[in-house]
Design a protein. Structure first.
Length: 279
């Protein structure tokens, strides 16, 4: 897949850059693996907004992805590669020898007709899923389980992957894109390859309407609000807020650490790289 730009026939097409979806499935999704996506639009069960700037958007069907990949000792053929509105990477519909179909995350360079397989002691090949203990050091992997049988949790978005940097007893050392190195049980499953649609990060929306199609409502800066609505609000005329940037609830927006899970700290071998000062 590549990027495509548009001639500036309109103001919105000037500067618009989208991903060329040539080669993807153009029909409807596989119905038995879909359901109605009644998203909450940012509100909780009491109807109160808990996640701002969500709402509207085009009607979508949710595709049920198999992140567990526990169907072992049987090959599957890739029937089609599809666009999924619920995630940034593409998905593939595979059909096993017994006739059952599943949706999997699609890695780069996977094609219709390719064979994929799950389980231990199988070929190291793009799209195959096997335990970390069977994967050589330095191989790009995605959809990695944090615990055996818990389903893939790490590296599931477009263009992402992690690598195995070493072995420590019964654990594999996984190096994340952020630079963090984490110990994960070597019996956990992972899929070979880098995920599809790496150009997702280079998209330019082009117009406000396309954001609304995606369910994103307009975002209003805090400094133009009233003091009752935001800590940066108020002031005579145009002001800079008068304090360090914070969220509407007053939480610092400049590097405040919110991670509070001491139970899993022992599995982190190296913390992620610090952001370089851009000044």
């Amino acid at each position: 897949m590549s990027l495509k730009s548009f001639k500036p026939y309109t103001k919105s097409s000037r500067g618009t850059i989208l991903v060329d979806k040539t080669g993807l499935w153009k029909g409807k999704p596989y119905k038995p693996l879909t359901s109605v996506n009644n998203s909450s639009k940012g509100r909780n069960n009491a109807g109160r907004i808990t996640s701002r700037n969500h709402g509207g958007g085009h009607k979508q069907k949710y595709r049920h992805i198999d992140f567990y990949r526990r169907k072992f000792n049987m090959k599957a053929e890739v029937e089609r590669v599809e666009y999924d509105p619920n995630r940034s990477c593409y998905i593939m519909l595979v059909k096993f020898e017994d006739g059952k179909r599943y949706y999997y995350l699609a890695p780069q360079n996977i094609k219709v007709g390719d064979k994929v397989e799950n389980g231990p002691n199988i070929e190291i090949k793009t799209g195959n899923c096997l335990p970390l203990q069977d994967i050589p050091v330095g191989i790009n992997i995605h959809n990695v389980e944090l615990q055996p049988g818990a389903g893939g949790k790490i590296a599931r978005s477009a263009g992402t992957s992690v690598t195995i940097s070493g072995i420590d007893g019964n654990y594999s050392l996984i190096k994340m894109a952020s630079g963090e190195v984490r110990k994960i049980d070597s019996r956990s499953l992972a899929t070979i390859g880098v995920l599809s649609n790496p150009d997702q990060k280079n998209i330019k929306i082009g117009k406000a309407g396309r954001s609304r199609w995606l369910g994103r409502r307009p975002h209003t800066r805090g400094v133009v609000k009233n003091p009752v609505d935001h800590p940066h609000g108020g002031g005579e005329g145009k002001s800079a807020g008068g304090r360090h940037p914070v969220s509407p609830t007053g939480q610092s927006a400049k590097g405040l650490k919110t991670r509070d899970n001491k139970r899993t700290d022992k599995f982190i071998v190296k913390r992620r790289n610090k952001r370089k000062d851009t000044k």
